[in-house]
Design a protein around this ligand. Structure first.
Ligand SMILES: *[C@@H]1O[C@H](CO)[C@@H](O)[C@H](O)[C@H]1NC(C)=O
Ligand SMILES: *[C@@H]1O[C@H](CO)[C@@H](O)[C@H](O)[C@H]1NC(C)=O
Ligand SMILES: *[C@@H]1O[C@H](CO)[C@@H](O)[C@H](O)[C@H]1NC(C)=O
Ligand SMILES: *[C@@H]1O[C@H](CO)[C@@H](O)[C@H](O)[C@H]1NC(C)=O
Length: 479
């Protein structure tokens, strides 16, 4: 007993003396976070940047976007369905999460739900023994590195319980239990408020839904017009607001009747971390139609700059065709898109330059220096100016030869909150870009062709607390 005590005393003594001796060499601490902060799962979601959406179901066979609910399950027969092809296409484009429409507004279920007859079980596909959700989950698991998300439409045009609050909500929660219990990890669940006119009025028991979802899947993100984890951006063009805060007041949002402008821009005073997801389709429609073809690469890049480049995640829909495969034209376009992104952002011209800053937290020997903005960590290593520089701090990229670029990338260390309210970019003393929010990633695609210059200065004019810059890039987009 006494030996142990003495041993502990010695340890304590050693610790104390070590503390005293090295106190002067301690590193400066990071500044306090500015609330609200993202959750662990929200951070992981943000870092994906791109997510694939797969609209697939009876509409794929009827050339329609909104099914009536009266479709005969006999029409669902994707004889060549191969979820491995979906997964390979996704992985090749550098995308790590795929969200499938397990049930769309027509009520037809892509898995054999025990609570309805309106499902794959009544279709000729695999003699009624098929399960599209399971095929996707297995293909993703076999590939590795690909996660799955699910969409379960609240509006159901088939089920007779729809319009009757208690029975329909019981049915809906029962299906959530099937989907979230049986298929392993589900990383995102998608709820929307879409509804036609002349539809029976009914209340969705969102509190019950969300609580059930979180009970069954602890790292899942729930998407809806109003969160709780991810919000809708307010349109289906894939464009975020020029100002886009990840913060917002959830109490000001409603799931079926959201304010579009508020969703688009967020709220610098918002008390909830609820980042926006931009949904857009690679084609005109959400479901596959023989007559449609994929958007041009330039259009997809435009969407990318206005979603990922405005602090959002892009949810890009690529609909499988009636054979059960992603059409060759979409596969090719997606490949081009992935390659274009790699080409543009694979080279950071700022890396070879000298970086100068207005000031540095903890002085030059600290860990918050400008070198952090050109390393490969875009979250937890960052440059921090001195505390008093909440306004008018700057970072300057000085190169000894002339650079040619047309994209400027700025990233905040959002793990400590979103802060920047206003910034400007100068090349050799001339202003080339300005903006408000930055967030996880801000991209300025310079409209006036290409810029040549040696000194690029980014000024942070207004910020909630000192700005924390995790990455800066100068890139060339040849497309
Ligand atoms: C729909 O129901 C809600 C709540 O039950 C009610 O507030 C609303 O007025 C109803 N709307 C219509 C059009 O009946
Ligand atoms: C939906 O929002 C609009 C405009 O903000 C408003 O006029 C309308 O009353 C709202 N409807 C419901 C059911 O809240
Ligand atoms: C959001 O909530 C904060 C804190 O309560 C408040 O200061 C702010 O004005 C709210 N935003 C809006 C648009 O009401
Ligand atoms: C679906 O896409 C695959 C792969 O490109 C193709 O072989 C098949 O013919 C397409 N099916 C239809 C109905 O277009």
């Amino acid at each position: 007993m006494s030996k142990l005590c003495c041993f502990l005393c010695t340890i304590t003594f050693l610790h104390l003396s070590k503390f005293v001796i090295s106190e002067r060499e301690l590193l400066p601490t990071p500044p306090l976070p500015i609330l609200p902060l993202p959750s662990f799962s929200q951070l992981k979601w943000q870092q994906r940047e791109l997510i694939m959406f797969l609209h697939f179901g009876v509409n794929t066979f009827t050339d329609s976007e909104w099914g009536t609910g009266y479709e005969n399950p006999a029409i669902f027969n994707p004889v060549g369905l191969d979820a491995n092809q979906w997964v390979d296409t996704t992985a090749e484009a550098g995308i790590s999460l795929m969200i499938l429409t397990a049930k769309h507004h027509d009520g037809f279920c892509l898995w054999p739900s025990k609570y309805t007859h309106h499902s794959v079980a009544r279709s000729p596909w695999k003699n009624g023994h098929g399960d599209v959700v399971e095929e996707l989950v297995n293909a993703a698991k076999n590939h590795g590195g690909i996660d799955v998300g699910l969409y379960l439409s609240p509006w159901d045009r088939h089920d007779r319980r729809y319009g009757h609050d208690l029975p329909y909500n019981e049915y809906y929660v029962a299906q959530l239990q099937e989907l979230l219990n049986k298929y392993g990890d589900v990383r995102e669940i998608w709820f929307d408020g879409a509804k036609g006119s002349n539809v029976p009025n009914m209340s969705y028991y969102f509190s019950d839904w969300f609580a059930m979802v979180k009970e069954l899947q602890n790292s899942i993100n729930i998407f809806s017009d109003a969160g709780p984890d991810i919000r809708w951006v307010g349109n289906e063009n894939g464009f975020a607001g020029n100002t886009c805060w990840s913060t917002i007041n959830r109490t000001s949002l409603s799931i079926v009747n959201a304010s579009i402008d508020y969703l688009n821009a967020g709220d610098p005073k918002g008390t909830d971390w609820l980042p926006a997801e931009c949904d857009a389709s690679i084609r005109k429609g959400w479901f596959w139609h023989k007559s449609q073809s994929p958007k041009k690469l330039s259009k997809l890049l435009d969407i990318y700059y206005n979603s990922v480049g405005r602090n959002c995640v892009l949810l890009l829909n690529v609909p499988p065709n009636s054979t059960g495969l992603i059409s060759e034209s979409d596969v090719q376009r997606l490949k081009e898109f992935g390659t274009a992104i790699d080409t543009i952002f694979g080279t950071n011209l700022a890396e070879k330059c000298f970086i100068k800053v207005s000031s540095q937290r903890g002085g030059k020997d600290g860990v918050f220096g400008p070198e952090n903005v050109i390393d490969s960590d875009h979250l937890w290593t960052y440059w921090v100016p001195r505390d008093k520089e909440k306004e008018d701090s700057w970072i300057e990229i000085r190169c000894n030869k002339e650079l040619r670029f047309n994209v400027i990338r700025i990233q905040e260390a959002i793990g400590l909150g979103q802060r920047i309210k206003r910034h400007e970019v100068y090349v050799d003393g001339k202003k080339v870009a300005e903006g408000t929010t930055v967030g996880y990633k801000r991209l300025h695609k310079l409209e006036k062709k290409v810029v040549y210059g040696q000194i690029v200065r980014i000024k942070f004019l207004e910020s909630r607390g000192v700005p924390l810059i995790s990455s800066i890039g100068l890139h060339y987009d040849p497309f």
